[in-house]
Ligand binder design. Structure first.
Ligand code: ZN
Length: 74
C-alpha cells in the first residue's frame, strides 16, 4: 500500500539542499541549491548534492563508496 499520490509528506525532508562538494552538514559557504542526487556513504548519512556538485562530492567528500552509489531524489 502506498500513499505516494496523496500529496502528503512522507517523512523525508522534501526541501533538501545541496551539502556542497565536501559533505559538510553546516558549511557556511555551502551551495544551498536544491539537492537532486543522494550519494551513499560508509557509516555516514547519505550526502545530498545538486548536479553541479555531484562530481566533486564523489571525489572530495568523506566516506563515499567506490564505485559510488547514487540515487536520484527528485
Ligand atoms: Zn551544490
Amino acid at each position: 500500500m502506498t500513499d505516494r499520490e496523496s500529496g502528503g509528506m512522507t517523512g523525508r525532508d522534501h526541501a533538501a539542499s545541496c551539502q556542497g562538494p565536501y559533505g559538510g552538514e553546516t558549511d557556511p559557504g555551502g551551495c544551498g541549491d536544491p539537492a537532486r542526487f543522494e550519494v551513499a556513504r560508509h557509516l555516514r548519512a547519505p550526502l545530498r548534492v545538486c548536479p553541479v556538485h555531484l562530481g566533486p562530492s564523489l571525489l572530495l567528500a568523506d566516506g563515499v563508496l567506490w564505485p559510488p552509489g547514487i540515487s536520484l531524489i527528485r
